[in-house]
Design a protein around this ligand. Sequence first.
Ligand code: NAD
Length: 365
Amino acid sequence: MAEFEILVLPGDGIGPEVTAEGVRALEAIGARFGHDFRTSEELVGGACIDAHGIAILPETIEVAERADAVLWGAVGGPKWDDPRASVRPEQGLLALRSSLGLWANLRPVTVDPALIDSSTLKPEVLRGVDILVIRELTSGIYFGRPQERRRTMEGRRAAVDSMTYNEDEIARVAHLGFQLARARRGRVTSVDKANILETSRLWREVVEEVRPEYPDVELEHVLVDAAAMHLIRRPADFDVVITSNLFGDILTDEASMLAGSLGMLPSASLGEVREDGRGRGLYEPIHGSAPDIAGQGVANPLAMFLCTAMLLRHSCGLEAEAQALEAAVAAAIGDGLRTADIAATGEAGLSTREMAEAVLERLAG
Ligand code: NAD
């Protein structure tokens, strides 16, 4: 029997409602496949600020460092939203990413044929969409220094942000992209702005240097402005997309709109991957704490189930188990079951618990 330590951080708003279902999915996978998932739960975000005055406790970070994976709900809400506050809910997430050295953010975007009408794009554009965006997460313009306010010689206000990358930060993203493309359709699109930016020219150079190690994978370079356009004009042509922190931040949100609802999309943040292909990771739905529906029991739990499947795949090395959970989600959708966010206009949706039950019944087979 394989054993895994999972740290569960529900957070705020609908975070606790959806993580509770993620934990039930782990228990169901454990029962069906004979694994032992040991879960422990701690406060983060606004809930932790209220209890302890900070967004995550140092001892919670220590537990995360010993765990196989972290399952994250969502943090934030109107109560803690003052941008001038020195303590903010998202600091918990940033602290964890940096302590765990999570440098790659993976966002798969698929469009379930049964949900094709939930998107604002035309069905013929969306058919066959199956994209994996890998965004560099710990460098680039969000972390470059100097980042400061200045005064010009004339005393006018000015500001500076610095975009920096070194070759190792780029190479590890490129390797991950090529490796994951091998298990998919064998195609990598590297997105940069090499016609303008020096960091992008280095990005392109290093990706080209890594490329010969993966002769079986096709590579194309696309400028970020063109990529933004192609993502909505011909999204089905993309397989794996690798890109820097800033471009990834924007393109992943654009790509998420292909799927129609935020409640359907998972993400994983990964660090060092060991020889056996497994590595510690943090798994979170891309949606936030949804204060407008929190406490009503109507949040869509499917993004959390798909996060749990990613956790099984990337941190536990349990591919068959991951696929079983993804298949159960697809079966529930295929059978016409819907929460309100993905239901046809005017139709009442299932509650979080009802939707989760439907998936878990299909998982049990
Ligand atoms: P949001 O994702 O919370 O909500 C946007 C809209 O989508 C809302 O109408 C919400 O009801 C709906 N929605 C989101 N998830 C859903 C689900 N699972 N099922 C059904 N409907 C769902 O984004 P927001 O309103 O911009 O942000 C709310 C708070 O969440 C803010 O404080 C923000 O900072 C925070 N946030 C946290 C994270 C995180 O923890 N990683 C990520 C994004 C936003």
